[in-house]
Design a protein. Sequence first.
Length: 150
Amino acid sequence: MIYSNKGTVQALNVLLADYHMYYQKLRNFHWNITGRNFFELHLKFEELYEDAKLKIDEIAERILTLRAKPISNYSSYLTTSSIKEADTKLVDHEMVSAILEDHDAILKQLKLVTEEAEEAGDDGTLDITGTYIGELEKTSWMLNAWNQKN
């Protein structure tokens, strides 16, 4: 039986809020991208928000598995997350830079979740965070490569 660890659950709820804010920012960018990179970034933003949507569900279900309640309203996400909303008038490279900043915030929170889960001996949460960290680092590397000035 898995028992709730307060620190892990709190850290997971912040991660959940972060992913919700990130998801909505990606939707914003998907809808509002214009210019020469429209086709490429429109598809990339959709790929990223579809991935975020899956992670949101997995994080919430992990919190439930730990016998706790996931936060579940936008007012809580807005106050809990370190990720902030984005302007709808950004251009392509500004959008990618904003996403990279969000990746840094999410990676920082993932490391906090990992620390809490390690302390609690929570292998299930550690399995999730390890996978997410690797995927997010790779995506960040690729977006950073795209965003470089040549």
